[in-house]
Design a protein around this ligand. Structure first.
Ligand code: DGL
Length: 277
């Protein structure tokens, strides 16, 4: 595998562009080949078996196209399909997910009372809670001081795609979810934003929870983890960056408009019908 090859990044749709953007900032010499499965989003409402089937097919596509490493830039696919993706392509390229780097940061932050928000399929998997509890137990934490609570917030991703992540519509919805989960402001040391859409709404979460709750999300942590993996595998690009490629399995004007929100600058989505037969 050549260092000049692109890094494959995929998500159920356009949320993973928050991670792609951070990779572009942290590793400006790297070329990104992004795939957003807009034909099948939201993955958060699908069964684990279906998410695995989609993720494995996309991974094969990106690696067959020559990607040197793969980033599953979707919490739902990371939580439900990481093993299956590694089984499919892990002997050809390193595969990174978005859960492990954020869990590592949460543990390193020293937070003891941690909330996790994400899609229904991410929260149902229980993966964040499992990894955090394991890390707490390994570090000698006990259940009197350490607490992890996960809750699904499925209305948020569509609101964020609509561009409503910083207005006064999203805040009562966040507040409603927190109340339903039994939290009051000040109850949490940290909140893991366990969906690649949510970094855009970080300020709104902070407003509802108060400044004492530390927000943890994937983009920067994953870009850092990728830098380390590429270095360790001798795969870090040393040449001037080429063109990124952004493919989606279904292209509509609204996806194009939302994509700019997530990537921060203009980008051209290309339709690619991976599911043609
Ligand atoms: N971007 C996906 C994630 O990080 C959520 C969107 C979806 O449900 O497809 O979980």
């Amino acid at each position: 595998m050549k260092a000049s090859a692109p890094v494959g990044v995929f998500d159920s749709g356009i949320g993973g562009l928050t991670v792609a953007h951070a990779i572009g900032e942290r590793l400006p010499l790297e070329r990104i080949h992004y795939f957003g499965d807009t034909a099948h989003m939201p993955y958060g409402e699908r069964s684990p078996a279906l998410v695995r089937r989609y993720a494995v097919r996309i991974a094969r596509h990106l690696v067959d196209k020559g990607c040197k490493a793969l980033v599953i830039a979707c919490n739902t696919a990371s939580a439900n399909a990481l093993d299956a993706v590694r089984e499919e392509v892990g002997d050809r390229v390193p595969v990174l997910d978005v859960v492990a780097p954020v869990v590592a940061r949460a543990v390193a932050s020293g937070a003891e009372r941690i909330g996790v928000v994400g899609t229904r399929a991410t929260i149902t998997s229980g993966l964040y809670g499992q990894l955090l509890r394991q890390a707490f137990a390994a570090g000698g934490g006990n259940s009197d001081t350490h607490d992890v609570r996960e809750f699904a917030t499925p209305l948020l991703a569509p609101l964020i795609e609509e561009g409503w992540h910083t207005n006064d519509i999203i805040e009562p919805i966040i507040r409603g979810y927190l109340e339903r989960a039994g939290f009051a402001a000040g109850d949490l040391d940290a909140l893991i934003l366990g969906c690649t859409h949510y970094p855009l709404a970080s300020a709104s979460f902070s407003k509802v929870l108060g400044g004492g709750t530390h927000m943890l999300d994937a983009p920067e942590a994953v870009a850092e983890a990728l830098a380390e993996v590429l270095r360790n595998h001798g795969l870090a690009s040393e040449d001037q960056r080429g063109e990124h490629r952004f493919e989606v399995s279904d292209l509509t004007p609204s996806f194009s408009a939302s994509a700019e929100l997530f990537f921060g600058t203009g980008l051209k989505l290309q339709p690619f019908d991976l599911w043609a037969d």
